[in-house]
Design a binder for this molecule. Sequence first.
Ligand code: RI2
Length: 308
Amino acid sequence: MSKLDKTYRDIKTMRVRGALTIAIASLKALDSVLDEKAKDTRALARKLELGGKKLKSSRPTAVSLPNAVNYVLYLAKKNQGLALEEFREEMRSCIKRFIGEQEKALDTIGAIGANLIESGDVLLTHCNSDTVVTIFKKAHDEGKKIKVVCTESRPRYQGLITAKELSDYGIPTTLIVDSAVHLMMKKLKVDKVFVGADTVCADGDVINKIGTSQIALCAKELDIDFIVATESIKFSPQSLMGSMVKIEERDPAEVIRKGRLRKVKVMNPAFDVTDASHIGMMITEYGVMPPQAAYRIMQEKLGWGIKT
Ligand code: RI2
């Protein structure tokens, strides 16, 4: 099996998951296509195009994945005048640089997020976001005494990955069921909620793991800071045109064994939408901002916009 096919399979089955991780895995998979035999630049660019199409079909919601793939396809188009070997070299170095930029963005967000945390804070997170985990580890490294509450994040239990990672790192961690969030926010005196993002829309709405929007509502009701940590690779250019984000519906068998409740329709949406008005703050590699500033980042930093 080729590296690209393996990456496709791993993303689809969620062996490889997390919005930033799947983007970087796709970039590496496309990089491996550059090693394949091809008669000329055009033929190799065509292979990239087909590989990119396949990768983009692996999961529908996190925009980081098509953003990463489309960037490579844009580069392939831009460099199509190069001779085959030059093309390979140029593409490899651009992909390497792009991956480096994503890793740097993660570090920067880690540092900014840690600045927002005070020693003694009780923090709550949902699912498993590498970006949020990076922030918590950085705060811990700085000597801040933090405690973290993790939700299970049914049905795939990614919260257990977070809980293990943080507790192994020496951070006191508590695991709760998803429906205990409101009660435990009060009981454990949660100071701040940090979540990641799969997609950020132009109006600042955030698509993240199912359950995120309920947690934001609880935080709003209890006046707890609700913070989204996201690299700009998760900003959606399609949202500028008003396109709706497709919410992934996964196999009901992830929720309940097939055939257990024969007459019941079981639904398994993997993500939900948190309204920008329920988000106190967004952290990107460009700094701290209100979520509604997403549109300005898209225009001023990412150079996106509608030509009139
Ligand atoms: P990072 C995950 O989706 C979660 O929704 C998480 O909040 C988000 O990606 C961002 O993750 P899934 O792949 O990029 O578990 O911060 O469905 O790691």
